[in-house]
Design a protein around this ligand. Structure first.
Ligand code: DHB
Ligand code: FE
Length: 291
C-alpha cells in the first residue's frame, strides 16, 4: 500500500529561479531563505519519497482567464514548463505517474469533486521553483528527477475562489485515495505559494507577519480554525496573492495521520513575498503503536 510520508510547503517566487541559475545561495539577500532547505534535503534523504503530489496555482501559463477550472488534476506522462516571461530558466520536464493520477481522479469524482482532467498540462513557476528548491540538481542538469509528480491545480486567480474548507476537504479526499492505492509508493505532499503577499493595486508590497505566524501555528494543530476566514477576509489579512495559502490547506488536508512540524523557516521578504518553508511529519496510528 502507498504511504504518505509527510508534507512540505514553500513559496514559489519566480526570482528564486534566477537566483538558483546565478548560484546566489550564499549571497546575503538569499542565504537566510536557501538555508531553510538544509532540513528539507536532510529529511528527504531519510524519507525517500517516490512521488510528490504538488498542490499549486497556475498563473496563466496553462490556464487563462477565458477557461479556468477551480480544481484540475494532471494525468500526463510528463510535465513541461515554458518561458513564462519572468526571465527564469525553463525547467527540464518532470515525469508524471498517470496510473496514480487516475486513481486520485477516480476517488475525487466519487467524493463529488468534479475536477478537470489534464492529460496534457504545462507547469509554471508554482511547480518548477519549489521542485528546484526541494530537489536541486535536475532542473537544468542531465541528472534525472528522483520523484514523479501528480500536479493538482487550484484556482487562486479568478474569483470566485474555492473556500479554505473546500481545499482542506479536497486534500482529505486525496489523502484517503493515497491510502487505498495498492502500489508500494512513498508519497510526499507539497503545497506551494504564499505566505502573505500582494503584487498589485495600492497595497502592492503588503505583508502581514502576525497573520502569517497565526497561519503557521494553526495549520499544524487546528487547520479547521482557519476555515472561518472567507476568501475576502483572507485577501484583507494576507494580500490578494496571499490566497495561495489554499494550496497549503489542501496539502495539510492530505496528511491523514498525526501531524507535527519538523522544521520551519520564515523570511521577509523574498521579492514581494513573505517566504515560508515548512516540513510536516505524518505519523500513522500503526507506526505510533509500534514505536
Ligand atoms: C511573486 C510572488 C508570486 O507568488 C508569484 O506568483 C509571482 C511573483 C513575487 O513576490 O515576486
Ligand atoms: Fe504566485
Amino acid at each position: 500500500m502507498a504511504v504518505i510520508v509527510g508534507g512540505i510547503a514553500t513559496t514559489h517566487v519566480p526570482a528564486i529561479g534566477k537566483a538558483i541559475a546565478e548560484k546566489k545561495h550564499n549571497d546575503p539577500y538569499w542565504k537566510p531563505f536557501f538555508k531553510g532547505f538544509d532540513y528539507v534535503h536532510y529529511w528527504l534523504a531519510r524519507t525517500k519519497p517516490d512521488v510528490a503530489v504538488v498542490f499549486y496555482n497556475d498563473h496563466g501559463l496553462n490556464f487563462f482567464l477565458d477557461k479556468l477550472p477551480t480544481f484540475a488534476v494532471g494525468a500526463a506522462m510528463e510535465y513541461r514548463s515554458e518561458d513564462e516571461g519572468w526571465g527564469i530558466p525553463v525547467s527540464r520536464p518532470i515525469p508524471g505517474d498517470p496510473a496514480l493520477s487516475w486513481h486520485l481522479i477516480n476517488t475525487l469524482v466519487a467524493d463529488e469533486f468534479d475536477v478537470t482532467m489534464c492529460q496534457d498540462m504545462l507547469i509554471d513557476h508554482a511547480v518548477t521553483i519549489p521542485m528546484a528548491l526541494i530537489w536541486p540538481g535536475p532542473t537544468s542538469s542531465a541528472k534525472s528527477w528522483p520523484v514523479k509528480i501528480v500536479p493538482i491545480e487550484i484556482n487562486t486567480v479568478q474569483h470566485p475562489l474555492p473556500t479554505l474548507a473546500r481545499c482542506l476537504k479536497l486534500g482529505r479526499s486525496i489523502g484517503r485515495a493515497i491510502e487505498t492505492y495498492e502500489q508500494n509508493l512513498r508519497v510526499v505532499m507539497v503545497g506551494t505559494g504564499g505566505l502573505s503577499h500582494q503584487l498589485d493595486g495600492t497595497r502592492a508590497g503588503f505583508i502581514n507577519k502576525e497573520f502569517d505566524k497565526l497561519c503557521l501555528e494553526k495549520i499544524v494543530t487546528e487547520p479547521e480554525a482557519l476555515t472561518r476566514y472567507s476568501i475576502h477576509d483572507w485577501v484583507e489579512q494576507s494580500g490578494s496573492q496571499g490566497v495561495e495559502f489554499l494550496n497549503w490547506m489542501a496539502m495539510r488536508g492530505a496528511l491523514t495521520g498525526r501531524v507535527s512540524e519538523l522544521n520551519r523557516n520564515y523570511h521577509i521578504p523574498i521579492s514581494n513575498t513573505a517566504a515560508a518553508t515548512v516540513v510536516y511529519d505524518n505519523q500513522k496510528e500503526s507506526e505510533r503503536k509500534a514505536a
